[in-house]
Write a protein that binds this ligand. Structure first.
Ligand SMILES: Cc1cc2nc3c(=O)[nH]c(=O)nc-3n(C[C@H](O)[C@H](O)[C@H](O)COP(=O)(O)OP(=O)(O)OC[C@H]3O[C@@H](n4cnc5c(N)ncnc54)[C@H](O)[C@@H]3O)c2cc1C
Length: 510
């Protein structure tokens, strides 16, 4: 973060969108020296990625911003589908489900992207970080020990020497181009306009749509919470100029809506873009990594792009920090191993939803919530012999209600919150538990000496743990292992791979 001490930069993050900000927060809270640059002169002003999915809400809880985000957001409004004859039907587009102890967030939250990013910047500032706007990455070279980057800023060019460079620089990623990493996929033959406009003539209680099923007539107008704006979204012809001024968008709306009924007063931000589905061939080249839209781009249907980008950063943050603190470099390879298949799945989902949207089908179910995604296939998911219907290594770690031995109510997510790993042991003999070490929290649940009580039997019912069994949970909230008390050596080997071998880490640092 320290401009004067640029040689001390451990990680240079290029791009301060949702992915860049998330990575900056996650690294800053782990004490990593970062710099976060963005070529824009000021924060991005558009609302585009406005759907925050339940799994991302859990991530944002861990990062310490969930309540701030909820305060500037709102539930999705009901859809009002206007028909040509002037009548309308109302329906709920997103699945609305009440929270459960295991899943505290089960409904997407609507927050304009500029607000989400503002909340993340505020959190970063609390951790001592800042975004350096007006600084563009213009080149870089790497060697075995680090990366030398050239950055152009208002005060001229600067050379930054860093340990790692992370490109969170969007769909047209400069970093990806310099690395010459392929970005195969397809242009989807759909072009759209998205704009934030102040508008008169429509209730702010509904997400209004008309022209469904007709790509030449479709238009959506969604009220953005805690603003006087609507987000306009509409398909447009593949070729030709689009007038994004107040007069131009007024004419555009008049053409698709009953002319004269709606009045555009202001356009705060507008863009016309072509939809693509593309996935980078690789996420890593030596000490340079890609994340977010730089690694994958999706159509906006289903609200997956920002969520997937933010969760890329959340997956990468703890691994980068661990390697910087002495963990084996191979840990970084698990980032692509885990996140690239997730992005591939998202591309299929969002593209499928786009096809449905063309026909006027706009309902979204649990498949967009990202709660069921996990990393069972990962090399970080330590094998376990468990019945198929039980939670498995690689699965998302569910929340649950516990109680402290001192009497206070505790959520399981309270125990996971922060940069550490967590071992929850159900009535395990303390002698069989791993030795204390930095970065690992061990809780004994139940039994005579437990620091936690489990009145709802969360570990038994939700986690499928018998007495004498334990679960190891990663810093990003996924189950790593169900270590057997009889196989301490295997657990120690695993902990060493992820940088938690306390004695040898101390030796490396010395
Ligand atoms: C109409 C629309 C609706 C959408 N709706 C949703 C939704 O509901 N939910 C959802 O999850 N997603 C949605 N998305 C997608 C979402 O907006 C993106 O996936 C998200 O912004 C990606 O974040 P990012 O941080 O990877 O990249 P970006 O937000 O693109 O940020 C990249 C940053 O890198 C900077 N940069 C680029 N080059 C350089 C350089 N050389 N040097 C320095 N800085 C550089 C840029 O200035 C930019 O600020 C939508 C997108 C659109 C267009």
């Amino acid at each position: 973060m320290n401009k004067q001490a640029s040689t001390n930069t451990q990680v240079l993050i290029c791009g301060a969108g949702a992915a860049g900000l998330t990575l900056a927060i996650d690294l800053a809270r782990r004490g990593v020296a970062i710099r976060l640059i963005d070529k824009l002169p000021a924060p991005f002003a558009g609302s585009r990625g406005k759907g925050i999915q339940p799994r991302t809400l859990e991530v944002l809880e861990d990062l310490g911003v969930i309540d701030r985000l909820a305060a500037v957001g709102a539930p999705y409004p009901v859809q009002r589908l206007h028909k040509a004859d002037g009548t309308f039907t109302d329906s709920q587009e997103v699945m609305v489900s009440p929270p459960t102890p295991e899943e505290p967030y089960r409904t997407p939250l609507m927050v304009p992207q500029f607000r989400t990013e503002a909340v993340l910047r505020e959190r970063l500032a609390e951790l001592g970080g800042t975004v350096e706007y007006g600084r563009a990455l213009t080149g870089f070279d790497q060697d075995a020990d680090g990366v030398t980057a050239t950055v152009a800023g208002p005060d001229g060019a600067e050379t930054i020497r860093c340990g790692w460079l992370v490109g969170g620089d969007g769909g047209r990623s400069f970093v990806r181009h310099v690395l010459d990493i392929g970005f195969p996929g397809k242009t989807l033959g759909v072009r759209a306009v998205v704009a934030d406009i102040a508008l008169e003539g429509l209730s702010r209680d509904f997400w209004h749509r008309c022209g469904e099923g007709d790509m030449d007539r479709q238009i959506g107008l969604c009220p953005l919470p805690h603003t006087d704006l609507f987000q306009l979204q509409a398909p447009i012809p593949l070729e030709g100029e689009i007038d994004l001024s107040v007069a131009g968008l007024q004419a555009f709306i008049d053409d698709r809506w009953t002319a004269g009924r709606l009045k555009v007063n202001r356009v705060d931000w507008a863009s016309a873009y072509s939809m693509n589905a593309r996935l980078a061939d690789r996420y890593r080249e030596g000490r340079v990594l890609l994340m977010g839209d730089a690694a994958h781009i999706h159509p906006p249907t289903g609200g997956q792009g920002l969520n997937t980008s933010l969760q890329d950063a959340y997956n990468l943050g703890w691994k980068l920090a661990a390697v910087l603190q002495g963990a084996p470099d191979a840990l970084i390879d698990t980032y692509e191993e885990e996140r690239r298949p997730i992005a591939a799945g998202m591309l299929g989902l969002a593209t499928g939803l786009l096809e449905k949207a063309k026909q006027g089908e706009i309902k979204r179910g649990r498949e967009v919530h990202q709660l069921d995604l996990g990393y069972r296939f990962s090399s970080l998911a330590l094998d376990a012999v468990r019945p198929e219907d039980l939670l498995q290594p690689g699965d998302r770690a569910p929340d649950g209600r516990l109680a402290g031995a001192a009497g206070g109510a505790k959520r399981l997510f309270d125990l996971l919150a922060g940069p550490h790993w967590t071992l929850l042991a159900r009535a395990v003999d303390p002698a069989a538990l791993p030795a204390p070490r930095p970065g690992l929290h061990v809780h004994r649940v139940g039994g005579a000496s437990g620091d936690l009580r489990d009145p709802d039997d969360v570990l038994g019912v939700t986690y499928g743990l018998a007495e004498g069994e334990a679960v190891l949970i990663r810093p990003d909230g996924y189950v790593a292992a169900f270590p057997a008390a009889t196989d301490g050596a295997r657990l120690e080997g695993y902990l060493a791979e992820v940088g938690l071998d306390a004695p040898s880490r101390a030796a490396r640092a010395a």
